[in-house]
Design a protein around this ligand. Sequence first.
Ligand SMILES: [Zn+2]
Length: 212
Amino acid sequence: MAEMNIPVPNFDNNLGNWLCLDFTHTLQDRYNSDRNELLHSYSDLLAWGLHMGILKKDEAQQLLRIAEQHPQVASTLVNNAVSLREAIHRIFYTIAEDSTPPQDDMDVLNTLLARAMSHACIVPEGDRFSWEWSAHSDTEKLERINWLVVRSAADLLTSDKLHSVRACAAEDCRWLFLDISKNHSRRWCDMETCGNQAKARRHYSRKKSVSI
Ligand SMILES: [Zn+2]
């Protein structure tokens, strides 16, 4: 069967260190007026799955074909993915700020988690077992990415790594990541961007104070 083209939006590098945190970056510049939504269609969701390595190319091609046959279902699932993403963002952002996540967002997460877990199963993989998802129809297959994301959020919320979730220290960024640095000292989403800007700002203000 002919390969179908999946256009790839300009996703950020996977520096969040946890799937559901990287998912929150599909809305770029969320605190600026020119915020950039990267998830407009089911194909964008598939492109993100490929970008993160949670889908294989042939799976993505198969899902794209199913989505084209069921455009209404596919579009509902994109809306669900965006609501889930926003709930995940608010939950982990409030946790990073040492506050309590909003109950409404926990409800969104728990509703989708219940749906996902009703499709979760364990299958043999080599000499051990791994999580899989059982789908009883083509349209259920389309939910796979949403299920992976919601389970990733549940895993992080119940993990002892939860308190290593941080928001980038740059006020206009606040991008979420899991700090896995040895001494728990990572402050920036990316040293190349926010880290360097902060260094440049510090350098500039020092220079200014010297010249006065
Ligand atoms: Zn940043």
